[in-house]
Design a protein around this ligand. Structure first.
Ligand SMILES: Nc1ncnc2c1ncn2[C@@H]1O[C@H](COP(=O)(O)OP(=O)(O)O)[C@@H](O)[C@H]1O
Ligand SMILES: [Mg+2]
Length: 650
């Protein structure tokens, strides 16, 4: 799902593709225009130098008038100085706008990523998003800061300069122009090849970034299963692909430079030959030929740079395409045009004939949710039970519109959730998930994430925070180094799974939702803590409607009613006792939950012994393993040290 996502948008012409940047460029247009004017001035000044030279060589040099010579030299010097100032001015004018456009684009994409539905994030690898946001936006910024301006100005310079060449003699101008044609062809062909390579390399760089990201996230799993060197092999293969592409790019650049150097030299030689003949025929004088070469020298760099600037243009176009692939993604989960208001919310949550299938579900497979009908009364706690993979998690994502239903509707107080503004919906629906995500912020910020209506450091914020922490049994935060102001998450203090879950739950509670959806949010808690949490939840959220995916019989028993999910439908609804009596499948599900719970309890009881076991195992199996990991190979001394011991214990 990487390169394939790239080719969906219809192909625009390069100019139209790049024109899409205009809204981002508009605010800095004046400065870019001033930069272009400076660049144009610089190049026109450089075109003036050969003209002054011509008059010097034709006039004072042959007449030998020192005063006039000095004036001529001063003129050339002044032109050169002015040109330098203008080059500086161009850089000065365009630097800030480029940084500004990069900033606008990055903030724009980031905002977009926040608005795009979860389904989008399922489809896109994070590395792809990362590389588009950093690398591609960087390319666009650099192109705007000098590629675009130079391309325009160099084309103008070439046209103006060539016209002057024709002024001296049409034959010289023609020879020069004809000789530069292959240069343009080479540049064009280069541009096509390089563009394809640039795109490939950017995609591959995105894949590589994904690999790094995945292995950093999954470092524990990789280590625990000794997969480190497989991951390395995979990474090396991907890096090799990128290396090959980069080499191809470098070869293409090498070849174009060969032509860029050779062709102008041939042109110079031919022009020199033609010029000498023309002088002998008396068609032009030496001064004109001299000035012609001075002009040809001035034009050489713009001529040479054209190929490069074209390829840069293509890079920028590729980067723009990649960036707009994200910008163009439809925000399918969006505010309705004419949102309805809930008014005084009661909190009746209902699923009415809800159907759902994931976008990447196999063709012909039945819908994961195949007509779910379920109504929760205001204030009711409903447990959701079903076998693993039956779609419980999926069902819990629908009320908060993390995904939209593909059929039927979900309603709160009879209003379709798609008719509410997202702000209102999410203020009313609280969620907590099994894999608790915390951000690199303080405990306080993490818990009060959904409450931008209170001042986190004010007394109201403090009250909300304390209550939420109490409900979630998260008193442990006071023992953290800075209490609730300790930074946690990836860049802060690491917390255990159970601690993370409790904070995620506190976050859901702090949001004071009307409808609370909990997907196994207590799975990492021990049984006793879970019971405490549930009791507190029932008390504090007495008027909150709750849909709780249950993974323990004890949770199920605390609920007012239980819904059994089976084959994409609600198979039965009732109290725990009713279902136990009436449903064979329910008894089956509950007995499997009980078996899990028993295993869990056994595990907790044996914890002391278990902790020591892996260490002992690792020590014993390391040297004896048939294919030792490179990690242990890296230090052969370890083997030597362990082996004698092994011999001794035998
Ligand atoms: N983001 C997703 N994209 C595609 N398929 C998914 C996604 N999430 C879950 N599934 C699939 O949907 C099915 C139900 O998953 P889930 O709702 O998590 O079940 P449960 O929570 O009951 O165990 C599974 O077969 C799973 O593979
Ligand atoms: Mg689940």
């Amino acid at each position: 799902m990487t390169s394939s996502t790239s080719s969906r948008s219809p192909r625009l012409s390069t100019s139209r593709a790049l024109a899409r940047l205009f809204p981002f460029v508009r605010p800095v247009m004046p400065r870019i225009a001033l930069g272009a004017v400076s660049a144009l001035a610089a190049s026109l000044l450089s075109l003036g130098i050969p003209l002054v030279l011509e008059s010097v060589v034709g006039g004072p040099l042959s007449s030998g008038d020192p005063a006039q010579l000095a004036w001529g030299a001063a003129g050339v010097l002044a032109l050169g100085l002015l040109e330098a100032v203008m080059v500086w001015a161009r850089r000065w004018f365009v630097l800030a706008p480029a940084a500004r456009v990069e900033y606008e684009l990055r903030v724009g994409i980031y905002g977009r990523l926040q608005r795009l539905p979860v389904a989008f994030h399922d489809r896109w690898q994070s590395g792809q998003l990362l590389s588009r946001m950093m690398q591609d936006v960087g390319v666009i910024g650099r192109w705007l800061s000098f590629g675009l301006v130079l391309l325009v100005v160099n084309v103008i310079t070439i046209v103006a300069g060539t016209l002057v060449l024709f002024r001296w003699h049409w034959l010289l101008g023609t020879v020069f122009l004809v000789c530069s044609l292959p240069l343009w062809i080479a540049g064009y062909r280069f541009e096509k090849r390089y563009g394809a390579l640039a795109r490939r390399s950017q995609d591959q760089a995105g894949d590589l970034a994904t690999s790094v990201e995945e292995s950093v996230h999954g470092i524990r799993v990789l280590k625990a299963f000794g997969r480190g060197h497989h991951a390395l092999q995979r990474f090396a293969r991907q890096a090799e692909l990128l290396r090959e592409t980069e080499l191809d790019k470098a070869r293409a650049v090498g070849l174009i430079w060969f032509w860029l150097v050779l062709l102008p030299d041939i042109a110079f030689a031919l022009c020199l030959a033609a010029g000498i003949v023309l002088i002998q025929l008396g068609e032009i004088d030496v001064a004109a030929l001299f000035a012609f070469f001075a002009m040809a020298t001035v034009l050489r760099w713009p001529m040479e740079s054209i190929g490069f600037l074209f390829s840069f243009l293509l890079d920028a176009r590729t980067a723009t395409d990649r960036v707009f692939e994200i910008v163009d993604e439809p925000t399918t989960v969006a505010d309705p045009d004419d949102p309805r208001m809930l008014g005084r919310v009661r909190g009746a949550l209902a699923f009415e004939g809800v159907r759902f299938r994931y976008q990447d579900a196999a063709e012909g497979e039945r819908d994961l949710l195949d007509g779910v009908d379920l109504a929760l009364r205001p204030g009711e706690t409903m447990a959701l039970v079903g076998l693993t993979g039956s779609g419980k998690t999926t069902l819990t994502t629908l009320p908060g519109r993390l995904y939209d239903v593909t059929g039927g509707r979900v309603t709160i107080d009879g209003v379709d959730v798609r008719d509410l503004s997202l702000d209102e919906l999410r203020a009313n629906v609280g969620m907590a998930f099994e894999d608790a995500t915390l951000f690199s912020q303080t405990v306080r910020e993490n818990v009060l994430l959904g409450r931008d209506d209170v001042d986190p450091f004010g007394s109201d914020g403090e009250a909300v925070l304390r209550e939420a922490l109490a409900v979630a049994q998260a008193g442990f935060v006071d023992a953290l180094p800075d209490g609730v102001d300790t930074v946690i998450g990836e860049e802060g203090l690491s917390l255990s799974g159970g601690q993370r879950q409790r904070l995620a739950l506190a976050r859901a509670v702090a949001a004071r939702p009307t409808v609370l959806v909990l997907d196994d949010p207590l799975s990492a808690l021990d049984v006793d803590t879970e019971a405490l949490v549930e009791e507190a939840l029932r008390e504090v959220l007495a008027d909150t409607t709750a849909l709780v995916v249950a993974h323990r019989p004890s949770t199920v028993m605390l609920a007012d009613r239980v819904a059994l999910l089976r084959d994409g439908r609600i198979d039965a609804v009732g109290t725990h006792a009713e279902l136990l009596r009436g449903s064979e499948h329910y008894r089956h599900v509950i007995s499997s939950l009980e078996a899990e719970e028993a295993a869990e309890k056994a595990g907790e009881a044996a914890e002391g012994h278990v902790a020591a076991a892996p260490l002992a195992e690792a020590g014993a199996s390391g040297p004896a393993a048939p294919t030792p990991e490179p990690e242990s190979d890296a230090d052969p001394g370890i083997r030597d040290r362990i082996d004698p011991q092994k011999e001794a214990t035998r």
